[in-house]
Design a protein around this ligand. Sequence first.
Ligand SMILES: O=P(O)(O)OC[C@H]1O[C@H](OP(=O)(O)OP(=O)(O)O)[C@H](O)[C@@H]1O
Ligand SMILES: Nc1ncnc2[nH]cnc12
Length: 167
Amino acid sequence: MDRLGVVVPDVPAPGIQFRDLTPVFADAAAFRVVIDAIAEAFAGRFDAVAGVEARGFLLAGAVAYATGTGLVAIRKEGKLPRRVYREAYDLEYGQAALEIHTSDLAPGARVLVLDDVLATGGTLAAACTLLERAGAVVVGCAVVLEITELAGRAPLAGRTVLALESV
Ligand SMILES: O=P(O)(O)OC[C@H]1O[C@H](OP(=O)(O)OP(=O)(O)O)[C@H](O)[C@@H]1O
Ligand SMILES: Nc1ncnc2[nH]cnc12
């Protein structure tokens, strides 16, 4: 394990080099560095943090607590109990859809979007679209690791994107 996580070949599909960051989260010192770096980079610029299911939740809870901000859950489809906005997207290994409650955010709330990995960018682009449909202002996105060969910044063009590490 290093700060770029563990590379797991052929997961979840043949040919994919899956970047598993759970060991980084399990390392107390590394996790603190990650949370502090994200919080400091966007200090004073957001009112709420949005976490993308599933590993984005781990970051979002910690950043929200550390900065005294609210937390919004962006979930895979079919999980949220009330009225939602839904956005479908493509992944490196398939298709999925994300959802957000229509009424979890105050109009104009400044939101920072968090996830563990930026790969093709489909997930974060869908998350940003959902937040904006819900009336939020997306101030930026932050990830622990960017897989640069998958060009994930393209669908996020014009947005502020912080990647703490890249491969
Ligand atoms: O930049 P992209 O190509 O959109 O990929 C990035 C997303 O892929 C992974 O999640 P995954 O969809 O595998 O879901 P999981 O968290 O439920 O495992 C990762 O945690 C990001 O959310
Ligand atoms: N190679 C990869 N590793 C981890 N998460 C991903 N999401 C999409 N591609 C991924």
